[in-house]
Ligand binder design. Structure first.
Ligand SMILES: CC(C)(COP(=O)(O)OP(=O)(O)OC[C@H]1O[C@@H](n2cnc3c(N)ncnc32)[C@H](O)[C@@H]1OP(=O)(O)O)[C@@H](O)C(=O)NCCC(=O)NCCS
Length: 345
């Protein structure tokens, strides 16, 4: 381990004879489309009420991409903001990882489209798909390249245009989701531990509980698949809810245990913003004080892989997180997938 690193925090990698270098988030940025869709507007589209949505989910409004605005546009805007804050120009970026379930197209990857849009001509680029857990999966993958000294600067983005795959006739799901993107620049900072640990998990047995059934190789697009509305997102809400609470709680506990950290030492806890009741249940089980939780689900709904990235950026901007603070990110999504990351900011 680097001898300049602060000793007050245990870096779990130390016990594995860690010879790599640490990986920090040098800067974060986020972008949401300007168009706001309120609960009152949804009342006119499906059989729902503002009261129901607010009471069951905590969501007041969400953002909707402009016509012609694609996930890569959202991702590029978030990336440019993160690059500005990190003081990184396009030619510094060596790798772009985009986490998304709403790529512009099946291929090329959204990461390649972003590479072109931000002018990062030196960068390798690929997408990952871990649904709402994508940002933590992306951070952990990006970190490997910094630790191994393969790359010095990695750009990780979570970006979604979920309004493109939401069934606007299904009140069970259409009230929950929105569009947006968040990005992080990863680099080594010699004086910081940065990403201390990331626990990731998956349970493929539960894949059918939250999915888009058609449009892939199993069920390619056909007149029949369109007529049956199989290209839209489907979810078993109650089962997803239970699994989300349990998985984020377990992953959070494991991540803290790996770092031998008590939850009281965290300055900020940022859970996936899917539903206020899920956030509060996870917070309660982890013993998080309400003032430690960062919540913005009321403004954006569930933005999947962008969710914790946008929240992280807003928490930093609001002064809720300062250099040296310890924070915990928690995610859960389709797959099912989940994750928890402890970061020394
Ligand atoms: C979807 C969710 C908000 C539903 O809340 P819930 O309290 O579990 O509600 P239920 O599913 O039990 O449905 C209760 C009733 O409300 C109705 N309802 C569902 N959506 C509604 C809406 N938008 N407006 C009014 N009523 C609605 C249901 O039809 C059901 O009616 P019924 O009892 O007559 O069948 C909740 O289950 C949830 O947040 N699930 C997890 C979502 C999530 O995190 N997904 C992404 C993970 S990454």
């Amino acid at each position: 381990m680097n001898s300049e690193l602060p000793k007050a925090v245990k870096n779990p990698r130390a016990k594995h004879d860690f010879k790599g270098r640490t990986c920090s988030i040098r800067g974060v940025g986020s972008y949401v489309p300007a168009r706001v869709l309120t609960n009152a507007e949804l009342e006119k589209m499906v059989d729902t009420t503002d009261e129901w949505i607010l009471a069951r989910t905590g969501i007041r409004e969400r953002r909707v991409a402009a016509p012609g605005e694609a996930t890569s546009d959202i991702a590029a805007q978030a990336a440019l903001r993160a690059m500005a804050k990190a003081g990184v120009s396009p030619e510094h970026i060596e790798l772009i990882i985009v986490a998304t379930v709403t790529p512009d197209m099946l291929f090329p990857s959204t990461a390649c489209l972003v590479q072109q849009k931000i002018g990062a001509t030196r960068a390798a680029a690929f997408d990952i798909e871990a649904a709402c857990s994508g940002f933590i999966y992306g951070l952990e993958i990006g970190q490997q390249f910094i630790m191994s000294r393969t790359y010095d600067t990695v750009l990780v983005i979570g970006a979604e245009k979920l309004t493109a795959i939401v069934d606007w006739t299904d009140r069970n799901t259409c009230v929950l989701f929105g569009d947006g993107g968040g990005a992080a620049i990863l680099q080594n900072r010699p004086d910081a531990h940065g990403l201390l640990t990331a626990c990731m998990g998956a349970d493929g047995r539960k894949g059918s509980l939250l999915c888009v059934p058609a449009g892939g190789s199993l069920c390619p697009a056909s007149a029949d698949s369109v007529a049956k509305r199989l290209h839209f997102l489907r979810m078993e809400g109650r089962e997803t809810f239970k699994n989300a609470v349990q998985a984020m709680h377990t992953a959070g506990r494991e991540a803290l245990a790996r770092c031998e950290l008590d939850v009281s030492r965290l300055s900020c806890v940022i859970p996936h913003q899917a539903n206020l009741r899920i956030i509060e249940a996870v917070g309660e089980r982890l013993g998080v004080r309400p003032e430690q939780l960062f919540i913005n689900v009321d403004k954006y709904g569930n933005t999947s892989s962008a969710s914790v990235a946008i929240a992280l950026d807003e928490a930093v901007e609001a002064g809720r997180i300062k250099r040296g603070d310890l924070i915990l990110l928690l995610v859960f999504g389709a797959g099912f997938t989940w994750g928890a990351a402890v970061i020394e900011w």
